[in-house]
Design a protein around this ligand. Structure first.
Ligand code: ATP
Ligand code: MG
Length: 278
């Protein structure tokens, strides 16, 4: 039989999130505070949405997780990022990716002048040749167009197809957690719905955890298990998609169209309501 202590340790292990940001503060150019005391948890096997308006700090949060802040003259000045029980903040981006934290960035991450197949060939895969072939087969199953158009120059594909290629490139790295920055940006709603469906299948069938950073709250909430709303670098609300959909303020600013002039954020809505009460 397990001792109480072993049982407690096992319980702690099971409850531990796969990815965790604890009280993270990020400063750009030594002076500009972009996020402050920001904490999020990503349980293993889950889809977590991070929502918020322009400039809220969503991309900054992903840079803090993936180690790309120094390239932007930014740094984590407080708190830490932990993955699989270990501190990863401070490690270089390639080491963080090697551990299985991979990103589909906001800006286009493909080589437009190269054919689709070369875009994939140059991505390092952590397993042997057989494992790489398996990963490629899975990618072609998820995105048949990437096999059909493998000889085509990537820049000539549609926005949705280029996004598929970007996701495929991240998948080749065998992520344990896939961070997706603004999947919906610039894409038609029908394409966004399809891509969200594919991410949901990757999560369900492969157990890959996913962090979805989005301004398009409604589409992200359709597949997320949990969501955070961030504004000016802080979490202002978090809960299950049902909790978000059921909250009048979230509903008004993130899911509906506000008819009250001057309301720009969740915090503004709360302020407005307070003012109205007095
Ligand atoms: N490279 C940078 N150097 C200096 N400041 C930056 C840099 N990148 C972002 N910021 C600032 O940090 C804050 C958060 O920006 P960030 O790009 O993380 O927001 P975001 O939520 O991703 O916005 P969007 O929805 O527009 O992509 C903003 O005030 C922004 O001006
Ligand atoms: Mg961004």
């Amino acid at each position: 039989m397990q001792s109480t202590e072993e049982g407690a340790a096992a319980a702690r292990e099971a409850a531990r999130p796969l990815l965790e940001c604890r009280q993270v503060e990020v400063v750009y150019n030594h002076v500009q505070v972009a996020i402050q005391g920001l904490s999020i948890e990503v349980p293993d096997g889950s889809i977590v949405a991070v929502l918020g308006p322009n400039g809220a700090g969503k991309t900054t949060l992903l840079r803090a997780i993936t180690g790309f802040l120094p390239a932007e003259n930014g740094e984590i000045t407080d708190g830490e990022v932990r993955f699989d029980g270990q501190r990863i903040s401070g490690l270089p981006p390639d080491e963080i990716a090697r551990r299985g934290v991979c990103i589909v960035p906001e800006e286009e991450s493909i080589f437009r002048s190269l054919p689709v197949e070369d875009n994939l060939r140059i991505v390092p895969h952590p397993g042997d040749e057989a494992s790489r072939a398996g990963a490629m087969a899975r990618i072609h199953e998820l995105f048949p167009v990437l096999e059909e158009r493998r000889k085509q120059v990537a820049g000539y594909m549609s926005g949705g197809e280029r996004k598929m290629l970007a996701i495929a490139r991240a998948l080749l790295l065998a992520p344990r957690v896939l961070l997706v920055d603004e999947l919906s940006f610039g894409l038609a709603p029908v394409i966004v719905t399809r891509l969200m469906g594919i991410l949901s299948a990757i999560n369900r069938e492969q157990g890959t955890s996913i962090v979805l950073v989005e301004q398009n709250a409604a589409s992200a909430l359709r597949i997320a298990h949990y969501a955070y709303i961030i504004e000016t670098g802080r979490v202002v609300f978090d809960g299950t998609p049902d909790m978000l959909r059921g909250n009048a303020d979230v509903q008004r600013f993130y899911l509906g169209i506000s008819d009250e002039a001057g309301i720009r954020s969740y915090a503004d809505v709360k302020h407005y309501r307070r003012k109205r009460r007095w």
